[in-house]
Design a protein around this ligand. Structure first.
Ligand code: ZN
Length: 245
């Protein structure tokens, strides 16, 4: 591990090419906007990768040089190759951090890591969202007040089909009445996983100061403590075993 946390910001990067409405919000792509938000932090070094690059931009070399991978996808989850998903999974189990954003709830990688369907309710009405910080002592909510609001969002509502998180740090309330576990933490193997709900492509969510703070905090929280691929060794005893039949 290097002194700086090496973050790879991964994006499907399809909406921004196809839909003028999205291009207007993210002219350089969602990945570059997220990377820009992280770039001012002195302890982060950032690169980006997108789905249509060879190997989805996630070669063995890139992943070996990645401490934390952030993931945004929506239209083309099924086009992500199983081989690359396996490769990312292996790195998470060995200690790499994974941050899945918004519609990445349905990404192959999150569903692989969590083992559930990860379905939820949704509605595109541009309504207000209030995110309640229910773990003010958690590193991911550092610098965030009791709550913050996004004026226009896509709604995600419960039930969110996930395994019970190790920690839920944000709960969202939506103008239309639903609630949602918006910031969820898990550990899988040696890796830390954070799911963060906001990030619909037609709203400038990734330019919001609180959102940028949470993503930065999450990168710091998810940074690896070890890089260790576990195998299944047959071992000699530490001391002689005398009770053997
Ligand atoms: Zn969305």
């Amino acid at each position: 591990m290097s002194a700086k946390i090496r973050v790879t910001v991964w994006n499907e990067f399809r909406h921004e090419k196809k839909h003028a409405e999205v291009k207007a919000v993210y002219p350089d792509g969602i990945h570059n906007c997220i990377a820009e938000g992280l770039s001012s932090a002195p302890d982060i070094s950032c690169r980006t990768a997108t789905q249509d690059e060879p190997e989805h931009g996630l070669t063995e070399k890139v992943l070996a040089e990645t401490d934390v991978l952030t993931w945004w996808g929506h239209l083309a989850h099924d086009e992500v190759s199983d081989e690359i998903v396996k490769r990312v999974q292996k790195r998470v189990l060995a200690g790499m951090g994974l941050i899945c954003l918004h519609s990445a709830h349905f990404s192959k990688i999150l569903r692989t890591m969590l083992g559930t369907n990860c379905s939820l309710k949704w509605r595109e009405a541009g309504e207000k969202e209030r995110l309640w910080n229910i773990e003010p002592g958690h590193p991911i909510t550092a610098g965030i007040g009791e709550y913050f609001e996004l004026p226009h969002t896509e709604m995600y509502g419960e039930r969110f089909d996930i395994p019970t998180p190790d920690k839920v740090v944000f709960i969202s309330w939506f103008e239309g009445g639903e609630v949602f576990r918006s910031g969820c933490c898990w550990e899988r193997g040696h890796g830390r996983i954070f799911y963060f709900r906001p990030g619909h492509e037609t709203f400038p969510i990734f330019r919001d100061e609180n959102i940028r703070k949470v993503i930065l905090n999450a990168c710091r929280w998810a940074a690896p403590r070890v890089n260790m691929a576990d195998n299944c060794p047959n071992v000699k005893p530490l001391e002689p075993i005398r009770s053997k039949a």
